[in-house]
Design a protein around this ligand. Structure first.
Ligand SMILES: Cc1cc2nc3c(=O)[nH]c(=O)nc-3n(C[C@H](O)[C@H](O)[C@H](O)COP(=O)(O)O)c2cc1C
Length: 183
């Protein structure tokens, strides 16, 4: 009897902690993901589940090739040219105005964020909002905070980059990082 009561209390605590941040903040989880493994999408889904945030997939108006070798060249060229690929669709200004916190996720492409992330950041007014970057990669880290800060003029939290989003401790890594970010 005592055991099941404790179990009930414990599960209520967990229920409270999941998505609890969304009660105080309105959260958007915007992400771009290219590969068929959808690593960044998986990370975005975890973050949305943990925070109660709304998911928004950033998609290019002209889809990228599905060939890995070709997209490497396309991405390198876009980076060199500081390209700003158009988005297939965007969050409206009214909707964006309603968010306090915007997670921005991407796969690391050539040690940077894909250029479409800069298209997204330049297309909105982030004044008064907090941007929280996150990424997946083959091993490189996430180093875009300062660039995002100077581009948007707003607060940018320290991001999290995960190499293997399907590893057993990925969810725990995300939870630990989120508790630091929302402290
Ligand atoms: C064009 C391109 C460039 C990449 N550049 C890097 C890189 O600089 N460093 C790295 O660690 N991984 C790099 N990767 C690997 C991706 O960041 C990694 O596979 C990521 O998890 C893919 O996420 P996605 O499934 O959401 O597309 C690159 C992949 C592509 C396609």
């Amino acid at each position: 009897m005592k055991y099941s009561k404790n179990l009930f209390l414990l599960s209520s605590l967990f229920a409270l902690s999941t998505g609890a941040w969304a009660e105080e903040e309105k959260i958007l989880v915007a992400y771009f993901s290219w590969s068929s493994s959808h690593n960044t999408r998986t990370m975005a889904e975890y973050i949305a589940e943990e925070t109660g945030g709304k998911l928004f997939e950033i998609k290019p108006a002209v889809p990228y090739t599905t060939s890995y070798n070709q997209v490497l060249d396309v991405a390198r060229k876009e980076l060199a040219e500081k390209a700003r690929p158009a988005l297939a669709e965007n969050i409206s200004q009214e909707e964006m105005a309603s968010y306090d916190t915007v997670f921005v996720g991407y796969p690391v492409w050539w040690y940077d964020a894909p250029m479409i992330i800069y298209s997204f950041l330049e297309s909105h007014d982030f004044a008064g909002k907090k941007i929280i970057p996150f990424a997946t990669s083959g091993g490189s880290g996430l180093n875009e905070e300062e660039k995002f800060r100077s581009l948007t003029g707003t607060e940018v939290a320290e991001g999290l980059c995960i190499r293997n989003i399907r590893s057993s401790n990925a969810r725990k890594q995300i939870q630990d990082w989120l508790s630091g970010v929302f402290k």
